[in-house]
Design a protein around this ligand. Structure first.
Ligand SMILES: [Zn+2]
Ligand SMILES: [Zn+2]
Length: 276
């Protein structure tokens, strides 16, 4: 199996360990490509995101690693960027090879507060009540609506953990994925993804961290991607060198069972379809 991840965090943001530790482990495990995607700096207080002061060091460190390991593994410098009103556009920053666009927070217009989408169960409850008076449909529509706004106005290379909205929905606590309103939101979003040719990642990070038992997005969404010709890639969203390829054989088998034959990856400085 062609092994790569374009989604990884380190001590620069909310992950652990040095960037080089990830590269050493990736080489040990037979990776062909490794992409760094620190949570890009944001314009509000956050404990997850890289600080603006660390940005230059992040860029310099990834560049030095590319050079040092160029005969062994391809390394790319990416960012996982948050989308919110008036957010920073990092896509054209020199040295940035790709971006993963994610919505982790929704801005509450009245208070200006940033309400988390994929935090702890308590955070989710807080967002639901503070922002949406307990109306789960309104919360879900706002989340998918924000994804669509990002895809239309600032399309990233890769869409991050598309249905992370279900992270705290264990046992269908808040909704069923086959509820008509939920399916309609997802399908509307996929239609925009199809036009923009953004890649959907199969993200195994929620499993390695014990939040969910299936990768993001759910199988039915991947089936729809297959039918619609939307490209996919397998990413570990790793926060530690130990989990860089967590659940990869299973994710690969899942994609094959749906009918996918390739994943789209950045390789040789080009986006290309590589056999699964
Ligand atoms: Zn994320
Ligand atoms: Zn991430």
């Amino acid at each position: 199996m062609f092994k790569s991840t374009f989604h990884s965090h380190s001590r620069f943001d909310d992950g652990r360990e040095e960037l080089e530790d990830y590269i050493k482990e990736a080489i040990n495990r037979g990776f062909q490509v490794f992409g760094f995607s620190a949570h890009a700096p944001v314009l509000f207080d956050s404990i997850w995101n890289m600080r603006q002061e660390s940005f230059d060091e992040y860029m310099a460190t990834t560049k030095a690693l590319k050079e040092k390991y160029k005969d062994v593994i391809e390394i790319y410098t990416g960012l996982e960027t948050d989308f919110y009103p008036q957010c920073i556009d990092f896509r054209a920053v020199p040295g940035i090879d790709y971006t993963i666009g994610s919505v982790h927070f929704l801005k509450h217009e009245e208070s200006g507060e940033f309400l988390s989408v994929d935090g702890s169960p308590e955070d989710f409850e807080y967002s639901l009540h503070k922002g949406f008076n307990g109306d789960i449909q309104a919360f879900g529509r706002a989340y998918y609506g924000e994804l669509r706004k990002m895809l239309c106005t600032m399309p990233p290379s890769i869409l991050g953990h598309m249905d992370v909205f279900r992270k705290n929905n264990k046992g269908n606590k808040y909704f069923h994925e086959d509820d008509a309103w939920y399916r309609a939101e997802v399908i509307k979003t996929l239609e925009i993804i199809k036009q923009s040719q953004v890649i959907i990642e199969v993200n195994t990070g929620g499993i390695s961290r014990g939040y969910v038992t299936e990768p993001y997005p759910s199988r039915w969404i991947l089936e729809a991607c297959h039918d619609m010709g939307i490209p996919v890639m397998i990413n570990s969203d790793t926060h530690h060198p130990e989990t860089i390829d967590f659940y990869y054989p299973e994710a690969c088998a899942l994609l094959k069972s749906i009918g996918f034959r390739h994943q789209r990856v950045l390789f040789g400085d080009e986006w290309r379809d590589i056999d699964l």
